[in-house]
Design a protein around this ligand. Sequence first.
Ligand code: MG
Length: 391
Amino acid sequence: MKITKVTAKVYEWKGETEPPRAHFSGSAVDILPKRGESMASFRFHGWLVIEVETDEGIVGLGNCALAPRIAKQIIDLYLAPLIIGEDPDDNEYLWQKMYRSTIAWGRKGICMAAISALDIAIWDIKGKKAHKPVYKLLGGKTKDKLWCYASKLYANDDLDKFLEEAKGYLDQGFTAIKMRIGYGPADGPAGMRRNIEQVKALRNLCGPDIDIMVECYMGWTLEYARRMLPMIAEYNLRWVEEPVIPDDIEGYIELRKMNLMPIAGGEHEFTLFGFRDLLERRAFDVIQYDTNRVGGITAAVKVNALAEAFQVPVIPHSGMMHNYQVCMATTASPISEFFPVYKVEVGNELFYYIFKGDPIPDHGYITLDDHAEGLGISLRTDYLDKFNIIE
Ligand code: MG
């Protein structure tokens, strides 16, 4: 089998979006002036869709997000010519070819997202050719179904609305919920009180038997996190996520050593080498790569093996099929993230408007189809008029 064609399409949402609300989430630019603008910059409304065609008629689907127009340029100009004419069964060789050919300027960030998108499409081809779901090619099932946590619950000073959303997840049978933190260093003691109020209100609603996670999305500084963590430690959090920026590895190590709650991160880290450093330095209690950034499925399974040896759980960012397939095949993943299907808000939701076949949790658990071929997702056509598609 040979790869004959690679098509990279940018899907930009032009439909309705939820307007940004002040203090709905942290962001790394929050420490800068003009916070209103920073909140808007948190949102992204595009996705890259990859179709890799073969001479046997099998078409593999891949995807990545972040900066899809740039990823498309990287694929069109540099990566596609490297894999056209090659056998998609040679995923390790193709990964190394893409990684090593772009190493002077690639390695991390959007180039690795572009490599990830192609690698995911290559695995989709491998699964379709074998007439098996991808996880069956990665070692097979390690659990009957995937336990998921509901991941939305943006911060809200209107506690009634905040709790109403949380109650909706409990009513659906979720037993783990992640909330967003809305206030950071620029908001002073009043912001700290608001953060505490919302965490406390969620714990009171959920009682002791529900896992609660808190997402900071890089909106804090190390100094602020040192002060904030002791104030929310009594609410028995399963983890606090990305309290500081990903480059502040020493900061993560220090926060872990406070031993107040588990510290999670890694959704902005890339490849086996990036995670080797984080794991060796004991920077995180939980690592959270996204398969569509870390280097695709070829890289994700290597990180899983390493994490297993360090006994650090892998709980990939975002869920979605490219992550679920990998989670199913490793004991290192005890739970998966699930973004509830929703109106387009920050951009994560776009995946569901582009692809069909992604599983919806039933009472907090996802089942993967044993008889699916490849990833088990396909392109939907009923929202095409809501996208500006750049080909
Ligand atoms: Mg996160």
